[in-house]
Ligand binder design. Sequence first.
Ligand code: FMN
Length: 311
Amino acid sequence: MQKLKIKNITLENNLLLAPIAGYSDVGFRRLAKKYGAGLTCTEMISAKALIYNNQKTLDLLHTFDGEKPSCVQLFGSEPDVFEKVVKLKALEKFDIIDINMGCPAPKIYQNGDGSALLENIEKASAIVRACVRATNKPITVKFRSGVDENHIVAVEFAKAMEKAGASLLTIHARTRKQGYSGKADLAVAKAVKEAVKIPVVVSGDCVDRASYENILKETNADGVMIARGALGRPEIFSEILGKDVKVNKLDDILEHIEELRKYYPDKLINLMMRSHIAFYLKRCKVSSADRLSLIDDSLDGVIEKLKHILN
Ligand SMILES: Cc1cc2nc3c(=O)[nH]c(=O)nc-3n(C[C@H](O)[C@H](O)[C@H](O)COP(=O)(O)O)c2cc1C
């Protein structure tokens, strides 16, 4: 397994857990790391909200013991805000800072953030330059192939980010218009890899060892990032790495909850775990009545039911 170097940081391997809003919480990242992910990253976090010390936003910054290296993903569109944010004490513990320039959600891009930056290369470059000025930590950028099929900007964009000082690029080779449907365009990812000297990670459609190998073969990328393929089955990292591990879903769910309990109240964890549990149980033989019964007011109640269903 190839290692991956990001500026002065060398990852154990080139398999990364993607930032996934609503899912890549500290508990899920702990499991991804346990199963071998070379790098874990927070979900996208508003740079501006961090400046204003918004408590809900600060609550997204928890890391688990042993999350090394650690990566935080920020979104926003104002270079001066980024310059201040990367110097905040709250971000001191993170080794790598990733900037989201691909989010297709209307409320994000209509605000000039996320994928809106694909249409504003000057501003995107200014953001990277501002971060690089403010810290020696590696600044990385995650972006999409373009806005739609008639506006594929990935290569031009990648070159500009490299010139601005980015240490690594992650390309999710779908357009904003595609959202999460259709296949990621590996030809675009390959063109990005060929256009820059810094490492390139490809995000999109890695669901097993065969797709991992195919992405590397088709693009010559330096690494592969996994998002949906890891939901409910963080053991995907072990499978791809060829590590022989015994998976116990109940133990994994309990470990996930145990980590979250260090930082959040049960009521919130119950909400956070609802969609995770649906994914964890996807490949388990569980009746719909049992699944429904898991919607419980108390986290302890959910845990007891899970023990009953999965034992
Ligand atoms: C529910 C969901 C939330 C996501 N949140 C983020 C995010 O916070 N930041 C980001 O850069 N990408 C985000 N993505 C995109 C993924 O990181 C990834 O690039 C995309 O899903 C393609 O990879 P996949 O085919 O492995 O899922 C999200 C995707 C999904 C499905």
